[in-house]
Design a protein around this ligand. Sequence first.
Ligand SMILES: O=C([O-])CC(=O)C(=O)O
Ligand SMILES: [Mg+2]
Length: 552
Amino acid sequence: MTVKNTSVKNDKLSANGQHGGMPLLHEPKLNKGTAYSVEERRQLGLEGLLPHAVENLDRQVERVLAHLDEKADDLERYIYLIGLEDRNETVFYKTIMSDPKRFIPVLYDPTVADACETFGNNYRRARGMYITRYMKGRMAEVLRNWPEKDVRFICVSTGGRILGLGDIGANGMGIPIGKLQLYTACAAVPPAGLLPVLFDIGTTNETLRADPFYMGTREAPVSEAELDELTEEFIQAVQEVFPNCCVHFEDWKGTDAIRMLDRYKDKILCYNDDIQGTASVALAGIAAGMNITGGKLTEQRVMFLGAGSAGLGIAKLFCAELQTLGLSEAEARKQVALFDINGLIEHSRTDLSETQKLYARPAKPCKDFVQAIRDFKPTVLVGVSTKARAFTREVVELMSELNEQPIIFALSNPTHKAECSAEEAYTWSKGKALFAAGVQFPDFDYEGKTFRPGQANNFYIYPAIGLATYCCRPTRLNDECFIVAAHATADQVTLTQRAKGMLFPSQEQILETEVTTAARIAEYMFDSGLAQVERPRDIRAWLEAQLYKPQY
Ligand SMILES: O=C([O-])CC(=O)C(=O)O
Ligand SMILES: [Mg+2]
């Protein structure tokens, strides 16, 4: 426990006109609770406000762990943890970062899905910002209400497509909150500059609009033209109020997501996690699969079930990678096929978006997914459909007939939306499949061998992108950053892990993994001229020096 560190923090507090005492104990970023020393208690007017015992951080975490053990389920644990973050940010991050494999699923997917669906019922305290159409013309003024002035990342969602849950409007706030917590939990990005934003544009969800506990605007979504206008004002306001901020788009309706990324990616520092982060983690899984099968990336044929922002994002990044490996654009696109609710994406379809048209195959119409697989003969199958159980026994068996080791990703989430479970993938493929899902499935024993399913979730990627961005201050992010992140992630799967069929590094050492990934991204940012700070001699050590550490 160092008094020095505290007195620096408390200088800041004095500058705000606060001098310790009870307000200090209610300030989660500064509060040390029972860890204040006798001396500090005297200096800061805390005597008598705390029990006698002076505890250290480890003892405080032990108490938290005991509380968590008493909770009935993960949603209760989630609610408790958010409350803890409201009281003491240091204990919160110390707890999460001490066991990320255990806590990522509690704080984030799949529990965050329940947290979002019950957001109005379980609401406790203000966190993040809500921007509505009623702030039109005043968004910059509104953003100035946020107490932290040096905001470095805004994660913004309309709630228009939350995970595989569809449009849940303002209840989607759980996602920007959770995504930003993982910047810190997985890559030690300092939490002070992280701002979750729910861009409340109304919702198509009539059940929610009729729910007395719903807290968003009770209206149908604004028109596309109005959305574009509101978003433009928001983006301008962010540039003005938080000039060092990277805008992270998350869980917008697919067409809005693609349109906004196209509009802003070359104009401001931004990215879309569902398009670029998901694409990068899928590419990482495919690249790691090549290390197991000995196959070549250029020979992979990827078939998607679902042709929304995630599927199109993966297709685009995969093709970009194939082009860097020497294929032409047309050759690369031939390696990809998409199949959606209306069948195979092929030339004669009249319902395709401009982006979907790029991947339309010169093939006959086909509404039968199994037939489409038989015709295209994919080596990799990617589920981004939000259609539970869509990878049937027939699908998995056919993939195993076509491939020695088929790569099967069931990315829809939360758990009940996955296209198939790990157990199904391993059993139906007779242990041949290299499998990953968007959520973590438990290990599975099949004929004497233990398989560890992968979690192909963008949390392997975006926190590392965040750390590299935080340190290098690039003016833009491009697709190459996400390709570099994919390879850096795949390269960290060890030989022992590959032997268990693992396609991603283990989550126990997620911080170590993401710092390594961030170092590779940072190196690319310096090499390519994207970085706006001076290149350090030792990039890794330089990143490490800037990591947030949960300590007093
Ligand atoms: O949040 C996750 O687990 C993955 C993701 O971005 C999504 O499903 O929208
Ligand atoms: Mg998402």
